[in-house]
Design a protein around this ligand. Sequence first.
Ligand SMILES: *Cc1c(COP(=O)(O)O)cnc(C)c1O
Length: 375
Amino acid sequence: MTSKLGLKHVQAIAPYVGGRPISDVAREYGLDESKIVKLASNENPLGMPKSAQEAMLKASSDLGRYPDSNGFELKKVLSERLGVPTDWITLGNGSNDILELSARAVAQLGDDIIFSRHAFAVYPLASQAVGARAVEVAPTDIYGHDLSAMLDAIVASGDKAKLVFVANPNNPTGSYLTAKEIEDFLVAVPPHVVVVLDEAYNEYLTPEQRYDAIAWVKRFPNVILSRSFSKAYGLAGLRIGYGVAQPALTDLLNRIRQPFNVNSLAQAAAIAAFQDFEFLQQGYELNRAGFAQLTQAFDELGLTYLSSAGNFVLVKVGDDDDAGAQMNLSLLKRGIIVRPVGNYGLPQWLRISIGLPEENAIFINALREILSAAK
Ligand SMILES: *Cc1c(COP(=O)(O)O)cnc(C)c1O
């Protein structure tokens, strides 16, 4: 379906393919919605926190009014915890919004935006939408970001290089960069190139893996930190995230965002969720246990998987080029939704979001049956 209308670089965009909604799969395969297990979109298996639900109920009485365009209350809470002034914070309609605003603020037709192959699907989308060339850099042999190769690509792009996306942990590979690796990279990146450090899964890092990204924002005027309320905070359906950068960059993002890009319910829920330490801790522990449960099963089944620092695991389900698609179809027929990652250049793999113990068990049993039936 090509149209004569519109920009060439927009026509060239391959639309984002998300995890299939439960209702959609139920309709197609004639299944009972309540029996479907969705492990496809890295959502929090606990759902949304009760605290956020209550805050939303309260806020719902005022929905006849526009939201607070500047997100005063939420920025205040974020500012206090993060240790930056409120004019360093940009609220986004999901952190996706922050990624797009970053691209729109600094790059245009003819510029280069650099990121790793097998990184988040929104990077090419955000790059192509502004007409920039998406420069994909081959990953390391364990599917991590090859920061030194990314640096080479930036240097090769010269003045055209405007933006580089770094995901830590990365989706869909789950790969993780150490503080030293990131810091060395930030020191080496030319100051005219903006670095978006995408930390959508930051809250799932172990205490040993954690680092002080805010210190980098304070030190480097070209760094934008991107964080999400969709994953660990359980608010994916509300669409809210935030960016942290020095005031000059933050001001740019602010100029091009929609004036009311974050709705009132999302703001209220985020304030509550951000302070719900119990919920965060519960989700963290559930995630660690679920990772152990899934990977133990993969070990038993002799399947290769990648070590993940996020709330999902990438597992190789066969050697054929359609192995991921085939396994995905077999799982769908049994009411289990996972994420095929052929569009990420990984057609032999599936990405499994870590669910509740019983959801993981249903998936593991189905996987075992499908694999043994194929023998
Ligand atoms: C999920 C995800 C996001 C975006 O999530 P939002 O729902 O838009 O906040 C950003 N980056 C990565 C790497 C992700 O996996």
